[in-house]
Design a protein around this ligand. Sequence first.
Ligand code: SAH
Length: 403
Amino acid sequence: MTEGPAKPSLRLRITAAAETIVRGGHPWVFAQSVREQNRPGATGELAVIFDRNNRFLAVGLYDAQSPIRVRVLHAGKPQQIDSQWWQQRTAAACAIRQNLFDSQTTGYRCINGENDGWPGLVLDQYDTTRVLKLYTAAWLSRLDEMVVLLKGKGRLVLRLSRNIQKQAHDDFALDDGQILHGAPLEGPVLFMENGLRFEADVLRGQKTGFYLDQRENRRNVESLAQGRSVLNLFSYSGGFSLYAARGGAARVCSLDISEHALAAARRNFALNQGHPTVAQCRHETLQTDAFLWLRQNPDERFDLIVFDPPSLAKRETEKEDALAAYAKLIEASLARLQKNGILVAASCSAHVSADEFFNLTRAAAQKSGRKFNELRTTRHPADHPATFPEGEYLKCIYLGFVD
Ligand code: SAH
């Protein structure tokens, strides 16, 4: 904690519009919404927000560097943020996951940032290793307290988003990939998802090492894969590929721009040779740019194409370009899709809404002139709740073509 005993607590007033937004449960107060504060704030300290009638409105984590100046921890009745409160909040996040998974799934999200009341903080479980990923420097001064709460029974690994790595290193001697608790670690850890074994590169991999949010879509793909040739575009470590293989796909091609990711995909196939269908499936990896490859590549056709690109709109101004890129991706994928094929199109761009993405995909499918059925659409899985608009990023649509 950075509060010294002599300092008065940090008190803020915000614009009327921001008051309404916070009262409605939104967790962010932007810098330009702050009308006045009693003193300069330090990153990581608690800021109490009062409304225009001088009543308590909310309390949150102050971040002097970020355009999101306060991340709300609690709004409504006055609330003391003490160790008991933090314990209750930890228990609440655990409780909603309690009956979601059986022993065949040991990888899942325990805390999903703002959506679980922990703004800018994610906690993922991979068997006995937990990964704590911070997206705001506001947590750095509170880390010791958080480690006690969140360490679980095994190892705890710290991951830091790129924008806070320098500050973490310079001011707190904390580094990305550092072990905060438990045994040292050199490489990836192993865990299970629906009975399939995977490695997660928790020290250096993308996000916290694996895309746990796609678990249910992967399961759906497994049920559609029997006898098909499958193309997994933006495959990362082969999550969709393994499920397709276990589902009886004759052949799976994992395509990614990262050779590091594809090497992990090959190792994940090796880990699952105990499943006869995986052992029988022909798996190929292709290291290339998906957009280029789709444009250049030949007449090869697939019966099932999955695409799950990285976020194509990191900010609102990139949205139009992202929509155009998705449209191209869908069109090019359809050109590679065999008669009676299935397209599974996923998007994780928060700035593109689910409806926009679904409508874009439907429109592109209609434009192809081919007949299709919409098999299903999906959103967030239960361990990745989305409770405010910016927290909603994941959507996926399944189209089955009948010619
Ligand atoms: N579907 C995956 C997650 C995909 S993450 C899963 O279920 O685990 C996005 C992936 O796209 C990353 O692995 C990244 O390396 C890859 N990628 C980014 N740009 C790419 C491009 N232009 N062509 C191919 N792959 C790309």
